[in-house]
Write a protein that binds this ligand. Structure first.
Ligand SMILES: Nc1ncnc2c1ncn2[C@@H]1O[C@H](COP(=O)(O)OP(=O)(O)OP(=O)(O)O)[C@@H](O)[C@H]1O
Ligand SMILES: [Mg+2]
Length: 473
């Protein structure tokens, strides 16, 4: 009896599905949709399984969810599916597998078993999407699971699939460095070799920065819990050649983030700046190098206070709120525009982003940029100390120790030399560490001598010498 009911039901459903395909071919779209809806409702009533469909097209672009599901499943399908498609996406380092049409694979989440299927349907001229008339196929993934797991699938499994898929995508693609040309970002593959291993820093400072970055990258829940956008600001400051740009590259390599190198002088006004921000992706470092040079802070201050007598002009201007200084017309990038970019409501339109500003002159920055909470971490990169020198010696000369090290250590305590200049000496004679170290010692001795002969109140200018006496730079 039971068998009979099922077989009758089966033939009714088969008939309905057949009718639907006929309706699709010959009747208006509205009627097809209505019929499909009713059919789905009927199927839902008799089946204890639920199907979720994830379509490729989401209006005018490929759906992000579809892409994440595709990547997630491609990692699983290489072992589970019977027929696969092999491809190498444009932005990817590796070959990837994807399911072929009508292939199915199963997946397990905790103790729940689900089934995925991939479908590709040829579209007739009539049924092509108006958004994408060039596409002659409709592609979608179908997820099937038991009704009783509905809540867990929607609240935990699907978010897990999407996050995992996006992470896999990020890991397999080539990282990029973007720069802005007027209103748009253009990119090239980012393949900078700097890492925290090659960066010459005192061990404690390096450890602190690494821990900070690691904590940030794992703190999504924490940021949500405390009601803050998941972003962090770093201000790297110090003399030229101390490793600010190298550190940004090392950060990107450590976190596996893209870099957006924002050239503020190319941005017309605050509105363009906001558009550029909105166009950046998550998991990225947004960099403004030499912030003191990119933003004409002094000019803004002059604008605010029209006329002063000569005595007043000598005095340093009072720090003031950036909003007060904004020019009336939206004609250029202002400090408040930059602060809104990093801090304002728009800054939370993405997540997992670092904002890194660099400067050689922290004293020239507007206090509004420096106030606590704005740039979360201020990092001073300075002259090479012995700990940092040992990293350079290891990298450039492949040595851990040398009889000349004690003399170098003494000299470095008395003389300031940037890591860039130390590296120059170490590169001079490849394959002969002793003569490279001797060349460095000579330069350090020269600097020490200059300090001894320099007038007491005179300082050796940064521009004229690469190594200066401690405390006089
Ligand atoms: N701390 C460092 N560790 C390793 N290499 C360094 C370090 N600092 C500088 N260098 C070397 O010196 C070169 C210049 O360094 P970098 O461009 O990072 O300096 P910077 O602080 O950004 O200078 P600027 O202020 O002029 O932009 C790099 O190519 C790098 O090889
Ligand atoms: Mg630099």
């Amino acid at each position: 009896m039971k068998m009979e009911v099922w077989s009758n039901l089966g033939s009714i459903l088969a008939t309905l599905i057949f009718i639907r395909s006929v309706v699709r071919e010959y009747f208006p779209r509205e009627l097809c949709d209505l019929f499909s809806k009713s059919l789905r409702r009927l199927l839902g009533m008799v089946s204890s399984y639920i199907s979720v469909v994830i379509e490729e097209n989401d209006g005018m672009k490929v759906s992000e969810v579809y892409e994440a599901v595709q990547t997630y499943l491609s990692a699983r399908s290489s072992s589970a599916a019977e027929r696969l498609k092999l491809k190498k996406p444009k932005n990817s380092r590796d070959f990837t597998f994807s399911m072929d049409s009508n292939q199915r694979i199963s997946d397990k989440f905790e103790d729940i078993k689900v089934r995925w299927a991939f479908h590709s349907i040829e579209l007739s001229q009539k049924t092509r999407s108006p958004w994408n008339p060039g596409s002659d196929e409709k592609r979608y993934y179908e997820l099937k699971f038991h009704k009783k797991h509905k809540h867990k699938i929607f609240s935990e499994y699907l978010p897990h699939v999407i996050t995992e898929g996006k992470n896999l995508e990020l890991r397999s693609r080539n990282r990029k460095i973007y720069t802005n040309e007027y209103r748009y970002w253009t990119s090239v593959v980012f393949d900078h070799p700097a890492t925290f291993g090659t960066l010459a820093l005192e061990t404690e400072q390096k450890q602190e920065i690494l821990e900070d970055l690691e904590r940030f990258s794992k703190a999504e829940k924490y940021y949500r819990q405390v009601g803050r956008a998941w972003k962090r600001g770093y201000l790297l400051y110090g003399p030229p050649g101390t490793g600010k740009s190298s550190m940004i590259a090392a950060m990107a390599n450590f976190l596996d983030y893209d870099i957006y190198d924002l050239e503020l002088t190319q941005v017309k006004n605050n509105t363009e700046l906001r558009k550029l921000l909105v166009a950046t992706t998550n998991k990225s470092i947004i960099v403004i190098e030499d912030i003191d040079c990119s933003l004409d802070l002094s000019d803004r201050k002059k604008k605010k206070k029209p006329e002063k007598d000569s005595e007043e002009k000598e005095k340093p201007s009072e720090p003031s709120k950036p909003e007060e200084n904004e020019p009336k017309e939206d004609s250029k990038v202002t400090l408040s525009g930059v602060l809104n970019f990093t801090d304002g409501l728009w800054s939370c339109c993405g997540s997992e982003r670092l904002f890194v500003f660099t400067t050689n002159h922290i004293d020239r920055l507007d206090p509004a940029l420096l106030r606590s909470g704005r740039m979360d971490k201020h990092i001073l990169l300075t002259f090479c100390k012995f700990g940092a020198f040992k990293t350079l010696a290891r990298n450039y000369l492949s040595i851990e120790d040398h009889e000349l090290f004690p003399e170098i250590q003494d000299l470095m305590e008395a003389v300031e030399m940037t890591p860039a200049d130390v590296a120059e000496h170490l590169m001079k004679t490849s394959g002969n560490p002793t003569s490279a170290l001797q060349s460095l010692i000579e330069a350090l001795r020269d600097a020490k001598e200059r300090r001894a002969t320099a007038p007491l109140n005179g300082s050796i200018s940064e521009e004229n010498t690469s190594a200066t006496a401690q405390g006089e730079a």
